[in-house]
Write a protein that binds this ligand. Structure first.
Ligand SMILES: Nc1ncnc2c1ncn2[C@@H]1O[C@H](COP(=O)(O)OP(=O)(O)OP(=O)(O)O)[C@@H](O)[C@H]1O
Ligand SMILES: O=P(O)(O)OC[C@@]1(O)O[C@H](CO)[C@@H](O)[C@@H]1O
Length: 309
């Protein structure tokens, strides 16, 4: 079965405000509260695509209850470790540009972190876990590494989406998928990524380092897929961008849903781009209908080996 792990979930409080004035009182034109956190977003999109999965992570307080209730109402499976503090609220401000104000979230105790590791210890080689997002306070710097050690010992397939430098070290453990965006790839290698050629060059380094599949997402400019056989470039479908929060998570859900359904990697990559863009064109995460509506709007090209030398 597929599992997602969100160490630091959030309520995403989406506020549309035109011409925000810093240092003054601003009133929203429109607002919406949604369950958030990267793994939770992956779970919700998987669920919409009919792929059974369970969301794991730490959750607490009224804000945590809001997320659990929302997931239950959507029919999404979850089994969170209850913590003492309150799950954070992340404000996503939509003006001309998108500004994110993310909270810190609760401090996790040793007992709570052990409870989570015990859940992961129950997974087997028939399972895949998708590790997404920032770590909560209180957890050791190497918490993801501890989880990955369990995955290696128990042959649990894993996907990791973190923007921290530890990703380079984690590659040795052969993650099934990594999906940096342009800025994350640039930070990882301390190099500017100014073109698709740059993105392919550094994306290939992730594959050579051990990642089985790499997707580099480039926002409105599309995405790149790399495995040990092929490299593909996809153009993003065009549409009215409403809220891009969670579009990267939707891509991960799309690729994993495709693989679960037995599609080829190329088809799974196409579904991944459909999911990312359908979410960018929606207020909340993409619905199945919105995803399917983009079926004929993703153009993918194979990159020949020598094209990028
Ligand atoms: N402006 C856009 N137009 C069309 N598609 C978009 C746009 N922005 C994002 N997307 C889609 O979403 C995918 C992921 O976008 P992006 O590279 O911004 O990921 P991300 O930074 O990980 O996202 P987030 O952190 O907001 O979840 C893109 O590859 C594309 O398919
Ligand atoms: O602070 P993190 O864990 O890196 O990111 C958290 C977050 O910004 O990521 C999701 C979008 O990808 C949002 O739902 C959530 O608010």
């Amino acid at each position: 079965m597929l599992y997602t792990l969100t160490l630091n979930p959030s309520i995403d409080y989406i506020m549309h405000i035109s011409n925000v004035k810093v240092g003054e009182t601003n009133y929203a034109d429109k607002e919406k509260m949604l369950p958030g956190g990267k793994g939770i977003n992956v779970s919700r999109v998987l669920n919409r695509l009919g792929v059974t999965n369970k969301a794991l992570g730490f959750i607490g307080g009224h804000s945590g209850h809001f997320i659990e209730e929302w997931l239950t109402n959507e029919g999404a499976k979850h089994e969170f470790i209850k913590v003492n503090g309150d799950t954070r609220i992340n404000v996503k401000l939509k003006d001309e540009a998108e500004t994110e104000l993310n909270g810190k979230g609760p401090i996790i105790t040793e007992k709570e972190s052990e409870a989570l590791l015990n859940q992961i210890l129950k997974l087997t080689s028939a399972d895949t876990i998708i590790l997404s997002g920032s770590k909560s306070r209180g957890l050791s710097e190497t918490f993801y590494n501890e989880i990955i050690d369990i995955c290696q010992k128990q042959q649990i397939n894993f996907v990791i989406d973190t923007n921290s430098k530890e990703l380079l070290d984690i590659l040795k453990a052969k993650p099934f998928l990594v999906k940096p965006n342009q800025a994350e790839l640039s930070q990882l290698f301390n190099q500017p990524i100014q073109s698709k050629t740059d993105a392919i060059y550094y994306g290939k380094k992730l594959q050579e380092g051990g990642a089985q599949n790499v997707i580099v997402s480039l926002g409105g400019d599309g995405a790149i897929f790399i495995d040990d056989q092929e490299t593909y470039i996809a153009a993003s479908p065009r549409g009215k961008v409403i809220n891009t929060v969670g579009s990267g998570d939707s891509m991960i859900a799309g690729f994993m849903a495709g693989i679960e359904k037995g599609l080829s990697k190329l088809e799974a990559f196409k579904l991944s781009v459909q999911c990312g863009s359908a979410t960018a064109f929606s207020e909340d995460l993409a619905t199945k209908d919105a995803i399917l509506a983009l079926s004929n709007h993703v153009e993918i090209e194979r990159v020949e080996d020598n094209e990028n030398d």
